[in-house]
Design a protein around this ligand. Structure first.
Ligand SMILES: [Zn+2]
Length: 398
């Protein structure tokens, strides 16, 4: 929501009037000169929208404010030309409305287009988040990264590395939405106030690493050739893509990282040619989605990373003993808050978290959400979200 600065205003005053933390207002107006506010300047207030209401017979501004539970002054700030003493019947005025509900509906076949649309809406209501692209998929879909918080502890979560594990995307998007609600409305999540987390950490989210693969699983093969023919061929002639984990070129993105990539290729389960899963590509980091993730990770200097997959209710926290001792402590805390089992490692290489642990010697985790057969039915969404919420929070407070 935009307001228009009047003489004598300050951000501190807006923070009190709208009951929104000052820092969130400051971070929502990074492009503005906030040292000296100038009269007529527009300032964004996060966590609010405006609704249009018509003035009825006998209504005063005081009455409208009373009914809508907002201060008169807040109404005047979004209607800079309004004269409160000359309200006309039938006149339309704008009234601030605090957002107290989710904009993200995670309990649906959550598509790439839905995610992009939700990110746009979240960005508009919560302008203190940063939304950028880390690169393009094979089919040219941009892969968004959202950053939230201003603290020195840089934490990264990602989802949907694997196409038929796309339920991880709405789970992560719902957490983003709940975090934003909690920050602006100063309401705790599981009795935890989140503003300190915002101040201590910078959270990086890539909610859909593999957009082409997710779309293939959800909507079937693309209309355009040569992809249509190619993916059906790689899928052994079947148009049922529910077992597809790879990107659109049949490369498993979580087998693409330079951490004993050759050993992963020699495993019995590995494929030698492109297909639905377990083919690591012609060489490490051959695929644009994997390259984008590697570049992001090199650029950002993350303290730790969590990659969300399905399924198994397991937290993998080690890689060849290269992980730091604190990884085990963290995994135990993640386990405590989720009920998931911490497991040091399995015989597996070339994954994102493997590479992170190997090259940075910092904590990296693969978290397998839910249990059942992939793709997990969306009816599991609520249960999985409840199990994962504690991990999302612990990843920030640890
Ligand atoms: Zn997976």
């Amino acid at each position: 929501m935009n307001i228009t600065v009047r003489p004598g205003d300050s951000l501190w005053h807006y923070s009190h009037l709208f009951r929104v933390p000052l820092q969130l207002i400051v971070d929502s107006n990074r492009d503005a000169n906030l040292q000296v506010l100038s009269v007529g300047q527009r300032i964004r207030i996060p966590g609010y929208v405006t609704v249009e209401v018509q003035v009825n017979q006998g209504e005063t501004l005081w009455l409208i404010a009373q009914r809508r539970n907002v201060p008169i002054e807040a109404i005047l700030l979004v209607n800079p030309t309004l004269d409160p003493n000359r309200l006309r019947v039938g006149q339309t005025i704008r009234v601030p409305l605090r957002i107290t509900w989710r904009l993200v509906n995670g309990e649906q076949t959550y598509s790439y287009a839905t995610m992009i649309n939700d990110l746009r809406r979240l960005q508009s209501v919560y302008p203190f988040i940063l939304n950028t692209s880390i690169g393009d998929s094979v089919l040219g879909n941009n892969i968004p990264e959202i950053r939230i918080g201003t603290g020195p502890k840089r934490v990264h979560y990602n989802a949907s590395f694997h196409a038929n594990e796309w339920i991880t995307t709405p789970v992560l998007m719902t957490f983003l939405n709940d975090y934003l609600l909690s920050l602006t409305n100063q309401t705790p999540i599981r009795s935890l106030f989140t503003l300190p987390l915002y101040q201590q950490s910078t959270l990086s989210l890539v909610p859909m690493v593999n957009p082409d693969g997710v779309t293939l699983v959800q909507q079937g093969p693309p209309e355009t050739e040569p992809w249509r023919t190619r993916v059906v061929e790689m899928n052994n002639g079947s148009t049922d893509f529910s077992g597809w984990k790879a990107n659109i070129r049949g490369v498993d993105l979580n087998d693409q990282f330079p951490a004993n990539w050759e050993l992963e290729r020699e495993r019995e389960t590995a494929r030698k040619t492109p297909g639905p899963r377990d083919y690591g590509g012609e060489r490490p980091l051959s695929e644009p989605e994997a390259i984008a993730m590697a570049d992001l990770t090199r650029r950002r200097d993350f303290a730790w990373v969590l990659a969300f997959h399905t399924q198994g209710r397991v937290i993998y926290w080690g890689y060849l003993g290269l992980e730091p001792p604190v990884s085990e402590t963290m995994a135990n805390e993640f386990s405590r808050v989720s009920g998931y089992e911490p497991v040091r490692s399995i015989e597996s290489y070339a994954g994102y978290k493997d590479w992170f642990i190997q090259d940075w010697r910092r904590p990296g985790f693969t978290v397998e959400l839910g249990s059942g057969t992939n793709p997990l039915p969306i009816s599991q969404f609520g249960e999985i979200y409840e199990e994962t919420l504690g991990i999302f929070l612990a990843g920030l407070y640890l």
